[in-house]
Design a protein around this ligand. Structure first.
Ligand code: NAP
Length: 303
């Protein structure tokens, strides 16, 4: 079974390269003939691991190629996922499986609504990768990927392929809890690093802000039916701040590089969920307003 990979950026390339190195069939899906030509011009995909670069010219095609797709890894940003999958709808085979690597929440529901005939498997990953050139990706941080399906407990048959590819992963019956927890960690850390212009470790100077946000996020998680994701949140936020003290958060890096953030699927999603439940969370809502003001000043999208 071919792994079609949509979104040949950081995470998509990391997955594609490891699957292909394990001898599994991989097809890359590029948005248009220009990107396909650029890919061939680059001589394929390059993965840099521990300073060693490896290049592979994997088969690639545009979104409108005629072959059906049975298994699709969606590795676009959250704000691009729905439109990218929509362009592939005519190619999805009956019973197709989609693996959604997007951070945050909201994009998964949008994709599932667009492709009701497909099974959507959600992922939450702590792996880290970044692009240091076109079609060139650096594997920056080892991590783990949780996979799960909120609508079915049975694991897909291909988990052993991830094992063979050396992609550390686990199957969980409660992927939504994992995604909510990661969203809450993100909300408590990333926006504050942007607004305080600091590395993650700089937040030790702002303990009250972090504490207030964690309390409100825990309240929200409880109300959204995610009590496990609320448990010990403040302690874990503290541990993450310590363990990643020297790092700039992904949102910080996006803003610094003038790239669109995934705010609409993180803090924006949390505030919208609070509103739906008529829950007043003053610190979280003020944080969203301040962050949106900061983005507006820099001409970046607010969602
Ligand atoms: P990225 O490097 O920006 O890659 C996204 C890719 O999607 C780009 O290559 C982009 O194409 C492609 N794309 C967008 N729309 C498309 C379309 N319509 N058709 C075809 N390709 C399309 O993003 P990323 O960092 O891999 O992140 C992907 C998701 O994983 C995000 O939700 C992120 O939060 C999550 N995540 C990332 C990491 C990480 O370390 N990078 C870790 C954990 C989770 P172009 O190259 O043509 O622009």
């Amino acid at each position: 079974m071919t792994w079609h990979v949509l979104g040949i950026g950081s995470l998509g390339s990391l997955w594609a390269m490891r699957l292909a190195r394990a001898g599994l069939p991989v097809h890359l899906l590029l948005r248009d003939p220009q990107r396909l030509a650029a890919y061939h011009q680059a001589g394929g995909l390059t993965l840099v691991e521990q300073g060693q670069a490896q290049r592979l010219e994997l088969p690639a095609e545009t979104l409108d190629a005629p072959t059906p797709i049975q298994r699709l890894l969606v590795a676009c940003k959250a704000y691009d996922a729905e439109a990218a999958v929509a362009a592939l709808l005519p190619r999805l085979a009956p019973g197709a499986e989609l693996v959604l690597l997007q951070n945050g929440l909201g994009s998964q529901d949008a994709v599932a609504a667009r492709a009701p005939q497909a099974r959507c498997i959600l992922a939450s990953s702590t792996e880290g990768a970044f692009r240091d050139g076109d079609f060139r990706v650096v594997f920056a941080g080892h991590g783990f990927t949780w996979l799960g399906d909120p609508h079915a407990t049975a694991a897909p048959s291909w988990l052993d392929e991830l094992e063979r590819a050396g992609i550390p992963h686990g199957w969980t019956p409660d992927i939504l809890s994992r995604l909510w927890r990661k969203l809450a960690l993100n909300c408590a850390i990333n926006p504050l690093t942007v607004l305080n212009d600091c590395r993650n470790g700089g937040l030790v100077e702002h303990p009250a802000q972090v504490q207030q946000l964690c309390a409100e996020l825990a309240e929200l998680l409880q109300l959204c039916g995610q009590p496990a994701a609320a448990e010990g949140l403040h302690d874990e936020v503290g541990r993450v701040i310590q363990a990643t003290a020297a790092n700039y958060s992904s949102m910080y890096q996006d803003v610094a590089a003038k790239r669109r953030t995934e705010i609409g699927y993180l803090l924006g999603y949390a505030c919208a969920a609070a509103e739906r439940h008529r829950l007043v969370l003053p610190h979280l809502q003020a944080l969203l307003r301040r962050l949106q003001g900061h983005l507006a000043e820099r001409g970046l999208p607010l969602d």
